[in-house]
Design a binder for this molecule. Structure first.
Ligand code: FEO
Length: 396
């Protein structure tokens, strides 16, 4: 393998998982990578490992630089198994390596892999280790996105290794941002933020401001998934600030719906026409042709959502129930939520959607709109006007 060098003595030794398509429910249509890094000086440190099926490839990559048995440190920035399930094997090979993590990281490692990890040494924010000329500094980042999470900073090289933050599920034969299409890179970074980190928006703003206040210069950001930011690391930092503060939201409505016999489909398309007539963009996503991952990504940079469902068994259609469960967990901030749907002999879907949104403290728009059986001309006129009124509300 051609060595991937971030700076002299700092290597990417991770693996690319080209065929990953479902990352605990997040649809990863472009695959992913598990990025591990090796820092070599008088002493050597491995920062994170990979998912266990790829441990052989990780060990081969390390072996091209040093004998894994000679590793002095293994840094565990995050215990989630995509980064740690290869650790028990690597730790057995690197039998003299000290393993470092946060307090919560140690607790989680023991719960995941047993009492071999009683020996883990705990580090806190601002702790550092000297490898020779290079210094590794640690910055705890609890709930970004697990309680154990931390970042490692290579002081002399100005390289931040923040684990999951600033990543993308984007398998590629290139490693750096100046080698790939920036539009696709940012699309995947937005999808990743929306589906993994959106819930933690306030903490993200706080942590980035904390790093900025520390005045640490950053030349390179090496996340634990996807492409490494070296051309312009500020691009992704600024995008995170914009996404987490809501300033990225545009005059756009995402209409997420599903349909049984096309009544809700007709409503969605007519409502969209009403929205567009007011100069507001509308994006229509039918869930059985799309998925929750795509929907939440579209919602990230929109000001409002209209959720539509037919009534099935007196309640919400299953795909829409799944969507509402997913999105109420991710808690997008500052969106206006409206609801519409169709029913036959008795309603229930729109009421069910509303109840889920209110329980999650979403800002709810009223009135809602319901059609019995198949929308006729008068119903479609109502749908168009509903879209117009909703768009005016957003613009106001
Ligand atoms: Fe990439 Fe939280 O694991």
């Amino acid at each position: 393998m051609v060595k991937t060098i971030l700076k002299d003595g700092v290597y990417w030794v991770g693996v690319v998982d080209w065929n990953m398509r479902d990352f605990h429910g997040y649809i990863t249509s472009r695959g992913t990578s598990y990025n591990a890094y090796l820092v070599q000086d008088e002493k050597s440190a491995l920062i994170d490992t990979v998912k266990s099926p790829f441990v052989g490839e990780l060990v081969d990559n390390i072996s091209e630089i040093i004998n894994p048995e000679k590793l002095d440190y293994i840094i565990v920035n995050h215990v989630e198994m995509d980064h740690s399930s290869a650790l028990p094997i690597v730790a057995k090979l690197a039998k003299n390596a000290k393993i470092l993590s946060t307090q919560r990281g140690k607790e989680e490692l023991i719960k995941h892999y047993g009492h071999d990890f009683d020996k883990v040494e705990i580090v806190k924010s601002c702790d550092e280790i000297k490898l020779g000329k290079k210094t590794l500094k640690f910055l705890e980042a609890p709930m970004l996105h697990w309680p154990d999470s931390m970042m490692t900073y290579i002081e002399e090289d100005k390289i931040l290794l923040p684990n999951d933050a600033f990543g993308q599920h984007f398998a590629n034969s290139h490693r750096f941002d100046d080698e790939v299409d920036n539009h696709i890179l940012m699309e995947e970074a937005a999808k990743y933020y929306a589906n993994i980190l959106m819930l933690f928006a306030p903490l993200i703003t706080k942590k980035i401001n904390e790093v900025v206040a520390m005045g640490i210069p950053i030349d390179i950001i090496g996340p634990s998934h996807g492409i490494i930011w070296r051309k312009n690391p500020m691009q992704i930092i600024q995008a995170y600030l914009d996404w987490s503060s809501g300033v990225a939201a545009q005059d756009k409505v995402v209409i997420v719906f599903d349909t049984m016999w096309e009544s809700t489909d007709k409503m969605a398309r007519t409502i969209a026409a009403g929205i567009c007539s007011q100069g507001v963009e509308a994006k229509i996503l039918k869930l059985r042709s799309s998925n929750n991952t795509e929907a939440i990504t579209e919602i990230l940079e929109s000001k409002a959502v209209l959720a539509g469902s037919p009534t099935l068994n007196n309640g919400v259609f299953p795909t829409m129930g799944s969507f509402m469960t997913y999105i109420t967990g991710l808690k997008p901030k500052g969106k206006l939520w409206g609801f519409f749907g169709s029913y036959g002999w008795g309603g229930g879907a729109v009421r069910g959607l509303m109840e889920m949104a209110k329980k999650a403290s979403f800002e709810v728009y009223e009135p809602t709109l319901e059609v019995k059986w198949v929308p006729d001309e008068a119903d479609l006129k109502n749908c168009f006007e509903f879209g117009q009124q909703f768009a005016r509300k957003i613009k106001s």
